[in-house]
Write a protein that binds this ligand. Structure first.
Ligand SMILES: [Zn+2]
Length: 132
């Protein structure tokens, strides 16, 4: 998981957040029910607005990010953007396990706990971004 964001002010004094974030997320293949790593990447070209009203006046080439107060919920923002890029139905390009007649494959060695691991937990190592 990587995050590369630049916080800046443009020539119009608009606070911007630009960059990208991504990584590999462990999901379950909906074809063979084995784990599959999904590459996710989100690009950011955001302008920070304190209210919806301000957001409407931002240049159209920015995506508005409404931030009330000075605290930006950066991790939440990154997480939400990445979730939006996730496939609705994840599957391998080429499943390694084939079922000849469509019967279910039961693999008791699969660690079901892995499903509960928050794939974004690594983001917690980054403290919430603070704007100047
Ligand atoms: Zn598969």
């Amino acid at each position: 998981m990587w995050i590369d964001l630049q916080f800046d002010r443009d020539e119009l004094k608009i606070r911007t957040v630009q960059g990208s974030a991504g990584g590999k997320l462990a999901m379950t293949c909906q074809r063979c029910l084995e784990p599959v790593e999904i590459d996710v990447e989100a690009k950011f070209n955001l302008a920070i607005a304190p209210t919806e009203e301000h957001a409407k006046n931002l240049p159209k080439y920015y995506d508005p990010l409404i931030v009330e107060g000075d605290e930006l919920e950066l991790l939440t923002m990154v997480e939400e953007e990445l979730i939006l890029t996730l496939p609705i139905v994840p599957y391998h390009d080429d499943c390694s396990i084939q079922t000849s007649f469509g019967e279910e494959v039961t693999d008791t060695s699969t660690d079901t706990d892995s499903d509960k691991t928050n794939p974004f937990s690594v983001l917690a190592t980054l403290k919430g971004g603070k704007l100047d």
